[in-house]
Ligand binder design. Structure first.
Ligand code: ARG
Length: 307
């Protein structure tokens, strides 16, 4: 039951990504497509938002202002129109990109991550329609073994890149207790996701400013049931009291940055930009904690947050 809730949140992304990639494909729930057959029958009200609610808050940025923001791409799965973009990611080490675990799940990819042969990270490209920047193959995917797809708790995965990025692209992760997590702190989220909540995908990078909200705000908004459940230990609440400034489908895995440090990854929410339904982000201090636990760290990795 809970599982179908998370699917409802994630699938509209696949649906819209497929529709964007294949413009001839209508949004009709009966249209067939190979990788997203299930998704097409799951156009959920969770994807709907008052038209313009996200666009009001977002503005175009150049990737040089946020060089750690990368696009995850698979043209095989999502078509080439927007360079195969389907999620965001964040450069946390010269060969390490952090993203949401759910971006590597079958609900998004339509298959297992390891069978996606052309999985790439696109860095330094503001406009997905250009060929600027670099497309780097992903050499390894490690999904957090504690990720719970039914609640979306602990929603993070690490990608190892085949080629190193410059140190200037790397952002530091905020450890637990960092003042950047304090409610009221101003933060910025960026990505190539849906601009309106209606499947209107950006091709050029955008950002919006919002604030870290108290756990109580998200616990109230998401007490469980149809809207999902907010788990303060691994999730972070952010948005604006009146709504309007939010991430949306397609932004998942992308960075929420405050005081120059990474504090969150776009994870989930009810609709986009709705008043009373803040965005829920993966709490990055959990990633810092998990990376210090050898059990999960196995394999080549950097030494600590900025590596
Ligand atoms: N699950 C979405 C994705 O896969 C992200 C949704 C974020 N929603 C929000 N209202 N902040 O792209």
């Amino acid at each position: 039951m809970r599982r179908s809730f998370v699917r409802a949140l994630v699938r509209p992304l696949v649906l819209a990504a497929a529709a964007t990639a294949l413009p001839l494909l209508s949004m009709s729930p009966t249209s067939p497509t190979s990788s997203t057959t299930g998704a097409l029958s799951a156009l959920s009200p969770a994807s709907a938002a008052p038209a313009g609610s996200v666009v009001i808050g977002s503005f175009p940025i150049d990737v040089s202002e946020s060089p750690w923001t990368v696009a995850l791409s698979s043209r095989d799965r999502f078509g080439g129109t927007r360079a195969g973009q389907f999620c965001g990611g964040v450069v946390i080490g010269r060969t390490t990109v952090l993203t949401a675990a759910h971006c590597m799940g079958e609900d998004v990819l339509g298959t297992s991550a390891k069978s996606v042969r052309d999985l790439k990270v696109i860095s330094n490209r503001t406009d997905l329609l250009s060929n600027r920047g670099q497309e780097i193959p992903v050499r390894a995917v490690r999904v957090n073994p504690d990720y719970d797809s039914s609640s979306n708790a602990e929603d993070f995965a690490l990608l190892t890149l085949a080629v190193s990025l410059p140190q200037s692209s790397v952002i530091e992760m905020a450890a637990s207790g960092d003042p950047a997590y304090k409610p009221g702190t101003s933060a910025m989220v960026s990505g190539w996701g849906d601009l309106t909540g209606g499947g209107d995908y950006a091709h050029s990078l955008r950002a919006t400013r919002l604030h870290v909200l108290s756990d109580a705000r998200c616990q109230e908004a998401y007490p469980g049931g149809a809207e999902g459940v907010y788990v303060a230990r691994s999730m972070l609440c952010a948005g604006e009291a009146g709504g309007g400034h939010d991430a949306c489908q397609g932004d998942s895995g992308g960075p929420l940055v405050a005081k120059g440090k990474l504090i969150g990854l776009v994870s989930w929410g009810s609709g986009c930009g709705r008043a009373g339904s803040p965005g829920v982000y993966t709490r990055v201090s959990e990633v810092v904690r998990a990376r210090h636990l050898d059990a999960w760290a196995g394999g080549p990795r950097g030494t600590g947050g900025g590596a």
